[in-house]
Design a protein around this ligand. Structure first.
Ligand code: GAP
Length: 488
């Protein structure tokens, strides 16, 4: 089982302290969310799992943490100033604003005979269906649209004590972490003495002034990315790309997402970014409630073959047909000298790019389950993979008015905390405490009872089966570590 819709997760997330609407006491801020005690742990576990898999468990990847605010020229030469735009249309009747491409795409999917399977989206010249009066405003149902116009998604700000309109002080909040990696290519190459193929990974916040944010934490204006740029010899790019597609899909399976809720989506040529030779998205079934199966899916991550576009565009050497430098502002050449072939070239880049927040949403949806107890009551269980669960073990006293039991439970919690995230809770009866831990995905509950004072043993309860086992306190750390799945 997984969650029937995102709304189920929104309510669980708020009730249990995973995610709250941001700035709520001032009326909120559209599509901004704050991660509560359990959400902060969950995001941390996703980042840690990705970093361990991507950096620590491989021999060919380095890590990086670059600035959010970069020199504006980075975004000029990356192409973001010119092309990082969404086409907008306004409804002249009700003044609602939409992304023209999304309206067109939804219209096309709805009206393609047999339904599009994602690989066969029909291409309509931008705006034509809107102009032709075929697409109705989702808000008011009229078809009176403005012409589509481009809107740049980068957030603008100014550095230093300067006037708001001082163009020289204009900077952007990064819309992707990737560019920080490209501009550090030489630094990393020189300090790590890497040979191709190798990669650089980065996790960090990105910002996009999205026109239509929404669906909880699926699309927000501030979000977190986990990106890796894998540099390869031209000619070795296609194989490396396919290997990363397969590896990324496997990673999502390894952190507990079910295969039936994942699929690969080959971006058709007209959807490809200006730098991409091929891009495959890993999609998750974020919208299972939608009638049309095709509309269940949306992007969880993208894996792009960015060719040599990035290193070339940030290099001082490349010239146009007239011998004019394409980038007169760069002070470096980001080419690579291959000792093997004695040739100098710009490496190709394979880029697996995932979002922390979308991964968290997919994990919460996928882990959601309901179970009925002996009394016929339905309980929510979050069957999170052990490595992702915010709390690994909860230590609960059966009687909170018995100082010996409370003391023993607290001592057990302290003994476990150096090796796993453990909590102590005595804020309710044992049934309530179990239900609460099930609902936040805690794999094991340890209960200290009267008998524990005699036999130095506790009851360990399994979240998924509700089975209980008696374990000696002295053996508890080893027992729990053995029961955790690999990678926890
Ligand atoms: N460097 C390539 C790049 O940024 P992308 O497909 O635009 O590619 C990668 O972004 C991932 O970042 C997406 O698959 C998604 O998980 C996440 N992401 C992008 N925009 C987002 C947004 N507005 N809100 C939440 N996550 C977002």
């Amino acid at each position: 089982m997984s969650a029937p819709n995102i709304d189920t997760i929104v309510s669980l997330a708020k009730r249990r302290g995973f995610v709250y609407p941001s700035s709520e006491i001032y009326g909120g801020l559209g599509s901004a969310w704050d991660y509560g005690p359990l959400g902060a742990e969950l995001c941390g576990n996703v980042r840690a799992a990705w970093w361990r898999w991507m950096v620590h468990e491989r021999d060919d990847i380095e890590g990086l943490d670059s600035s959010i605010i970069l020199n504006r020229l980075v975004w000029k030469y990356s192409g973001h100033e010119e092309t990082f735009t969404d086409p907008l249309v306004d409804c002249r009747e009700c003044n609602s604003r939409f992304r023209a491409d999304k309206l067109e795409q939804e219209w096309a999917q709805r009206w393609t005979p047999g339904g599009a399977d994602g690989l066969q989206v029909i291409v309509i010249p931008a705006g034509s269906a809107l102009r032709g009066g075929k697409i109705k405003c989702p808000n008011c149902g009229k078809t009176n649209w403005t012409e589509p116009r481009d809107f740049n998604l980068m957030f603008r700000t100014h550095v230093g004590a300067t006037a708001e309109d001082d163009e020289d002080a204009l900077v952007y909040l990064r819309p992707e972490t990737a560019q920080g990696i490209f501009i550090n290519f030489l630094n990393i190459l020189n300090t790590s003495r890497r040979k191709l193929p190798f990669g650089v990974a980065q996790i960090g916040k990105s910002f996009r002034n999205e026109v239509t944010p929404g669906n909880f934490i699926f699309r927000t204006r501030e979000f977190e990315q986990m990106e890796m740029e894998y540099f390869v010899r031209p000619g070795e790019d296609e194989q490396a790309h396919q290997e990363w597609i397969d590896a990324c899909r496997q990673w999502f399976l390894d952190i507990g997402i079910s295969a039936g809720n994942l699929r690969l989506y080959e971006q058709p040529e007209e959807e490809l970014a200006h730098y991409a030779k091929r891009t495959v998205d890993i999609q998750y079934r974020f919208f299972p409630e939608r009638e049309d199966e095709e509309r269940h899916w949306d992007e969880l991550m993208g894996i792009a073959n960015r060719t040599d576009f990035d290193l070339k565009t940030h290099s001082k050497k490349p010239e146009d047909a007239e011998g004019k430098r394409l980038n007169p502002d760069s002070t470096e050449d980001l080419s690579y000298f291959d000792e093997q072939t004695k040739q100098r070239f710009y490496p190709y880049v394979i880029e697996p790019a995932a979002g922390v927040n979308r991964t968290v949403l997919a994990l919460l949806m996928d882990a959601y389950a309901e179970k009925t107890n002996d009394k016929g009551e339905t309980r929510v269980i979050l069957k999170l993979h052990h490595s992702i669960a915010p709390i690994k073990v909860a230590v609960l006293p059966l009687a909170k008015n018995k100082p010996e039991i409370v003391g023993m439970a607290k001592a057990i919690k302290r003994s476990l905390q150096p090796i796993m995230r453990a909590v102590y809770d005595d804020t309710g009866g044992i049934g309530k405490l179990y239900a609460r831990q099930d609902e936040v995905g805690t794999p094991f509950c340890v209960t200290v009872d009267h008998q524990s004072l005699e036999d130095e043993a506790v009851t360990v309860r399994d979240r998924d089966t509700w089975e209980q086992e008696r374990v000696k306190v002295s053996e508890l750390p080893t027992y729990l570590l053995q029961r955790f799945s690999p990678g926890s």
